[in-house]
Design a protein around this ligand. Structure first.
Ligand code: ADP
Length: 634
């Protein structure tokens, strides 16, 4: 038997590993299984190159718990190690990198310590976080040389022992003697949970115990019904060939959907579509991103994307790692360039992760563009569902905007879709004002703004449907990007003022007439809510129109969405009560000798305007109906 002291430079690192690295003890299992997978993959590679000529046999990795003896075992049939290799890799190299970790770890503030724990892999030595003693049994795949097996043992002091043993099977078995503080890792449910978390998609099958299922026997009972029985079979934790590792050409739409269900068993809605990422230059990256179906109430869930490194789960909190708007997508990203043993804060600052993030953004926009070009009709059908992602991307990532402006669509109130370029052509020159500024008209609610939409259409204008949740924000972005253009809600002003043209009609009412009329309207429409203005509109326009000035309304909308200006939100809504000084009814009101009738007419035309803006409610509505009935009777 060989005894030795692990080459300790500073002091015993084991107490430090045990005591201080509390935050993420569970990762030890991921480390051991990753090692087992690596060793197995290496053997497969050797076999494929004809460097290993023996029988590969069953390559399943076994995880076993022996609660009575307080043992947790991870066993593989990979390449194994010779005694020399074990000495080199475990006693020297692995140890010194663990030691290096500890050196960096000491003398740091608590915050830095936490960052470091994730930052550096403890690898194999992380098993000492949860063990009093660790044993390794290993036998190399190599023939001809020393084929005897080796047992290594270390009890958490720098002393280890190594001896030659007899062992039938090729590969490595790591046996942890779980310490008293870590009893949770002897619980079946806990291990199962960890395996599901970190190993769900590893490329080598992992078995943890047996599972029972209730299956058809193939026989019928006396009533002719299928007979069932309990069947016990190996519980395999992982899907070794998850969809993202396969070639897109080999997958059908249904395969992508069923993989989606595998990722999110609790999500019952199918995704809208997927993007299969498959990059090998300038770095390796595979993955599948899904555009989820978002419910109308904007129940978007962030952080559904899972990051993997060679099929080993790294994290599912990707904020700051992928562009913000992509955190709204679902799916998997796998890159060997994503460091395995790092904390989130480290990932965020990692240069290769940044590159990956930009690249994913590019891939997403390429895919969308392709969809748009190849099947415009399909794209339009999906637009209402995907626009939230695209708009959010466009307003938060200038680079994405530059790509997306080619395929982003406008939808007008008639449900027609246009590219930005085509829409501009559509509304030019009709919607240019006298200063050559192009005015985009939009509606946030087709029903409520119906009368205004109709009036605008009569003028030959087109009105956009901007009823989306973030459209208010998005309009600001568009105004910054579009040259010499502005966006105005269709009810922001009377139609002639929405887009100001050169030729202003002469007013039929003199200033004096207006002064006479004003108090009559003021008396009825509360001053603090309505500003009364006279406009010289067309005779065919309505006599009184209520508008909501764009600027104030936008400010209020923004503050509702949390735009910072809270006091704005508490202000009452402000409206303009626009009196059409060219309408015959207005002149009639002015010249009405009967005071009661005059007052009634003022009320009636004002209420009609309020009605078309959905502002007439309660007592006032009741009064209006009563008055209308009386007026009809006369
Ligand atoms: P890392 O895996 O990052 O190299 P570890 O400390 O986890 O660091 O392991 C150190 C080395 O020990 C590995 O690189 C490998 O050569 C060897 N090793 C660990 N586990 C196994 C195993 N199950 N089979 C074969 N070799 C192993």
């Amino acid at each position: 038997m060989q005894k030795g002291t692990i080459n300790v430079q500073t002091e015993n690192i084991f107490p430090i590993i045990k005591k201080f690295l509390y935050s993420d003890h569970e990762i030890f299992l991921r480390e051991l299984i990753s090692n087992a997978v690596d060793a197995t993959q290496k053997l497969k590679t050797l076999a494929s190159m004809d460097k290993f000529k023996g029988e590969l046999g069953d390559l399943t990795i076994y995880v076993e718990v022996d609660k009575k003896k307080k043992l947790l075992k991870v066993r593989d049939r990979g390449i194994g190690m010779t005694a020399e290799e074990l000495d080199k890799y475990i006693n020297q190299i692995a140890f010194s990198s663990a030691e290096e970790f500890i050196k960096k770890y000491k003398g740091k503030s608590d915050a830095d310590k936490n960052a470091l724990i994730g930052h550096f892999g403890l690898g194999f030595y992380s098993s000492f976080m949860v063990s009093d003693k660790v044993e390794i049994f290993t036998k190399t795949y190599k023939k001809g040389g020393p084929t005897k097996a080796t047992r290594w043992e270390c009890d958490g002091s720098p002393e280890y022992s190594m001896e030659e043993i007899e062992r039938e099977d090729r590969g490595t078995e790591v046996v942890l003697h779980i310490n008293d503080e870590s009893k949770e890792f002897l619980e079946e449910y806990r291990i199962l949970e960890l395996l599901k978390k970190y190993s769900k998609f590893l490329p080598i099958p992992i078995q943890f115990g047996m599972e029972k299922s209730y299956e058809k026997t193939g026989l019928k009972d006396k009533d002719g019904k299928d007979e069932y029985k309990d069947v016990e079979k190996p519980r395999i934790i992982n899907n070794t060939k998850p969809a993202w590792t396969q070639k897109p050409a080999d997958l059908k739409d249904e395969d992508y959907k069923s993989f989606y269900r595998e990722l999110y068993p609790m999500n019952f809605e199918d995704p809208l579509f997927h993007i299969h990422l498959n990059v090998d230059y300038p770095f390796n990256l595979t993955g599948i991103l899904y555009f989820p179906k978002v419910k109308r109430n904007f129940e978007v869930q962030r952080d559904k994307i899972q990051l993997y490194s060679n099929q080993v789960f790294v994290t599912d909190s990707v904020e700051g790692i992928v562009p913000d708007f992509l955190t709204l997508l679902h799916g998997v990203i796998d890159s060997p360039d994503i460091p395995l043993n790092v904390s989130r804060s480290y990932l965020q600052s990692d240069a290769s992760v940044k590159k990956i993030s930009n690249h994913i953004m590019k891939k997403v926009s390429d895919k969308l563009e392709e969809l748009f070009k190849n099947s415009r009709e399909e794209f339009e059908k999906k637009w209402d569902d995907i626009k939230i992602f695209i708009h959010y991307g466009m307003l938060s990532e200038p680079k994405f905007y530059d790509k997306a402006e080619k395929f982003a669509l406008f939808k007008n109130v008639d449900g027609k879709y246009f590219t930005y370029e085509d829409y501009k052509k559509l509304i030019e020159p009709a919607q240019k004002d006298k200063d050559k500024k192009l005015v985009y008209l939009y509606s946030t609610d087709k029903e409520e703004q119906h009368a205004f939409i109709e009036t605008a259409k009569e003028r030959g204008y087109d009105v956009l449907d901007m009823s989306g949740v973030i459209d208010n924000h998005f309009i600001n972005t568009l105004e910054q990007k579009f040259e010499n253009s502005s966006f105005t809600r269709v009810d922001a002003d009377v139609v002639d003022k929405l887009i100001k043209k050169e030729d202003i009609q002469p007013s039929k009412l003199s200033d004096k007439d207006q002064e006479k009329l004003k108090p009559l309207f003021e008396k009825y429409a509360a001053k603090e809510k309505y500003s009364i203005v006279f406009e010289s509109l067309s005779e065919t326009d309505k006599p009184v129109i209520i508008t909501q000035p764009e600027f104030m309304r936008r400010m209020k909308d923004m503050s509702k969405l949390g735009g910072g200006m809270d006091y704005m939100g508490s202000l009452p809504d402000s409206y303009n009560l626009v009196i059409n000084s060219n309408h015959k009814l207005i002149s009639d009101i002015l010249n009405e000798p009967d005071n009661d009738r005059q007052e009634n007419l003022v009320k009636q035309v004002t209420d009609l305007a309020r009605l078309s803006q959905n502002l007439l409610k309660g007592q006032e509505l009741t009064d209006f109906i009563k008055r209308s009935v009386e007026l009809i009777g006369k």
